[in-house]
Design a protein around this ligand. Structure first.
Ligand SMILES: Nc1nc2c(ncn2[C@@H]2O[C@H](COP(=O)(O)OP(=O)(O)OP(=O)(O)O)[C@@H](O)[C@H]2O)c(=O)[nH]1
Ligand SMILES: [Mg+2]
Length: 191
């Protein structure tokens, strides 16, 4: 549909309910979004972390909108670029009246970074319904996955039923995530 490149910049009319994908750079936001909507190249995936630098909006089935937020916390971009992300992401979250919830992605192999915890706290302050999607679960075994899911739920202070293990490679969690997103979309606006 288009993108929002700066805080307060263009965004589509808030006529349809909206869900946003947020997370660290390279965590797998664009890949999971593509998997979720069943298109290969809807959202751009790359080996260059920090690639998504705008809020990109995708209309799904003419019924809702998914916003792919720029990844935060990538160390190798310039200071100015990093500084521009926070107002962009926060401006989007505050200025999107149709936002129904956020899917916050965490790489299952890593503990949350300070940026992840700050994002979680910010969403908590806003009162935004939040789901945690664990990404790249194909990279670890099943037994470890159960442990990681429990430990990451604790670290993020959410119930385990708000945590969805996923893999853009194997498709694990795709249907569960779709159901959860549809539930968010169907819920009344929280603000
Ligand atoms: N094995 C595996 N690799 C994945 C998975 N999801 C994403 N990747 C890889 O991780 C890298 C980053 O994926 P992206 O989807 O571009 O990540 P992003 O969060 O959108 O990154 P930014 O747009 O830079 O914030 C790519 O090389 C993907 O192929 C997954 O579930 N399993
Ligand atoms: Mg991306």
């Amino acid at each position: 549909m288009g993108g929002m490149a700066a805080a307060g910049g263009w965004r589509p009319d808030a006529l349809l309910p909206e869900v946003a994908f947020a997370g660290r750079s390279n965590v797998g936001k664009s890949s999971l979004l593509n998997k979720l909507v069943g298109r290969r190249k809807l959202a751009r995936v790359s080996n260059t972390p920090g690639r998504t630098r705008e809020v990109n909006f995708f209309r799904v089935n003419d019924t809702f909108i998914i916003a792919d937020l720029p990844g935060y916390g990538y160390a190798r971009v310039s200071k100015e670029q990093r500084a521009s992300w926070r107002p962009l992401i926060e401006g989007y979250l505050k200025g999107s009246p149709a936002l129904r919830g956020v899917v916050l992605l965490l790489d299952v192999r890593h503990d949350p970074t300070d940026d992840d915890l700050a994002m979680r706290e910010y969403l908590g302050e806003l009162g935004t319904p939040t789901l945690i999607a664990l990404t790249k679960t194909d990279k670890i075994g099943k037994k470890l996955l159960a442990e990681r899911a429990a430990s990451l739920a604790r670290a993020m202070e959410v119930d385990e039923d708000q945590v969805v293990p996923t893999s853009a490679d194997t498709g694990l969690g795709r249907d569960e995530l779709a159901e959860s997103v549809v539930a968010l979309i169907g819920a009344p606006a929280w603000r």
